[in-house]
Design a protein around this ligand. Structure first.
Ligand SMILES: Cc1ncc(COP(=O)(O)O)c(C=O)c1O
Length: 446
């Protein structure tokens, strides 16, 4: 079956190379392939499976909805599934957090929410420039691609850098407060930076290498945006939906962004994407931003089912317990390999082990896969192992996965110097990938 993939699927395929098997079924935090081998999932559909594969409540609700001939396709007409989702999201997520947002359904994938956010900010400010950050990842449609920093995805022929300036993210210049650069450039009429319509950022950069912005930096960026009437867009596509321990990743910083992009896990495993808009910023005219697959009714049904986790205050406590276990193990691993310069970064249930070399990370991923663990890497050299289990993973499985990761790292480090870094221009980060020369990254290829 792998050969069918190799024969017919485009060369652009990515994860099929990283995980070279054919998967057959998936429940909770495990997948099983056609050979009957089971894998623990620390990859989590790049953040789309925070509630696990086929969450039982979502599955039951979906089967029931289909059985009753519930409306499946409806563009953005009103359906019972949509009304239930909106009521549930408002009751369980927005109101308990004192948030008032209007909800715009966009096309079904994350980049569609980013495109809508940028377009709305440009429309209402009458400006075209946008600030994004080093390491940022916002998708691959051309507007979002311009905001995505990694050069692997860019070609000047796309004309995709138009009207976007990337400034240093928090921590990019070690201890320097990089928000000061933005503040100063906006005040200085000779900085060359046009007054932007929007600033867009991830509070924890998932594809950029698990770079965590401090609360103080986020607050400073929010206040700069307010001062200059710039729309602050938080891209919570990967680290929203409870990934950092709270539903929204910006909650602990106490900021209220103008616009919030949500996707991935919001659909309980099915495609869904939305934009949260502060009511005073909802300046769209009817039908002004449209698309055929806005509002996937099956995703509404699954989403409503998984959102019910948030009705129970114990849910956040359980995430915190798992997060603490992961943090401890990450620190142990990094301490053990401190001589190799390993560093750990993360928050909640998204952690990165920066092993400093793409080839090492790749070898760890290969060994982990063989031992039954799915994990990927991110960062500018794919050098950061990305630990991202489901929020609902049973503790025993979490421990088992962490053990496999630990021993895969130990084996890899013990195999040095057989694992040797290749020059950057020819590095093949994933040895099992037939990547073109110079293609040093697969990050974000989800
Ligand atoms: C932060 C962030 N924004 C946007 C996207 C793009 O989402 P999609 O791949 O669903 O278009 C991603 C995908 O990884 C992401 O991590």
């Amino acid at each position: 079956m792998q050969t069918t993939i190799e024969r017919i699927e485009s060369n652009v395929r990515g994860y099929a190379r990283l995980f070279p098997t054919v998967f057959q079924s998936a429940v909770g935090s495990t997948l099983t392939d056609t050979a009957g081998k089971t894998y623990i999932d620390f990859f989590c559909g790049a953040g789309s499976l925070n509630y696990g594969h086929n969450p039982r409540k979502a599955k039951a609700a979906l089967l029931d909805y289909i059985e009753r001939d519930g409306v499946q396709h409806s563009l953005d007409t009103a359906t019972v599934a949509k009304v239930d989702f909106l009521d549930t999201f408002d009751r369980l997520i927005l109101r308990p957090r004192g948030l008032q947002y209007r909800i715009q359904f966009t096309g079904p994938t994350g980049t569609n929410a980013v495109e809508a956010a940028i377009k709305l900010a440009r429309k209402q400010t009458g400006r075209s420039h946008v600030i994004a950050f080093t390491g940022g990842y916002h998708g691959h449609s051309l507007g979002s691609l311009a905001l995505t920093a990694n050069q692997y995805y860019h070609s000047e022929s796309y004309g995709s850098h138009n009207n976007v300036t990337h400034l240093p993210f928090d921590g990019y210049l070690d201890d320097q407060d990089t928000s000061e650069i933005l503040a100063k450039m906006l005040q200085d009429r000779s900085s060359g930076l046009p007054m932007p319509a929007a600033v867009i950022l991830e509070t924890v950069q998932g594809e950029g290498g698990i770079n965590v912005a401090s609360d103080a930096w986020l607050r400073r960026i929010a206040s700069i945006c307010e001062e200059h009437d710039i729309r602050l867009i938080i891209d919570d596509i990967q680290v929203g939906n409870g990934r950092t321990g709270t539903f929204f990743s910006f909650e602990r910083a106490g900021i209220t962004p103008d616009l919030v992009c949500l996707s991935k896990s919001i659909g309980g495993g099915l495609p869904m994407s939305l934009l949260l808009i502060r009511p005073e910023r909802d300046t769209w005219n009817p039908g002004e931003h449209t698309g055929t697959f806005r509002g996937n009714n099956l995703a509404f049904v699954a989403a409503t089912a998984v959102l019910r986790h948030w009705a129970d205050p114990k849910f956040e406590t359980e995430i915190a317990v798992r997060s603490e276990r992961v943090r401890q193990r990450m620190e142990q691993i990094c301490h053990r390999h401190r001589d190799a310069g390993f560093e750990c970064r993360g928050r909640g249930l998204i952690w990165g082990i920066d092993v400093k070399r793409g080839d090492l990370a790749s070898e760890v991923i290969r060994r982990a896969f063989k031992a039954g663990l799915l994990i990927e890497a991110s960062g500018n050299k794919d050098q950061v192992l990305k630990v991202m289990p489901a929020l609902t993973i049973p503790m025993a499985l979490l421990d088992q996965g962490l053990k496999i990761l630990d021993s895969s790292i130990r084996q890899t480090m013990a195999s040095i110097p057989t694992v040797s870094e290749k020059p950057a221009s020819t590095a093949v980060v994933f040895p099992n990938l037939a990547m073109p020369t110079g293609a040093s990254s697969l990050q974000g290829s989800n």
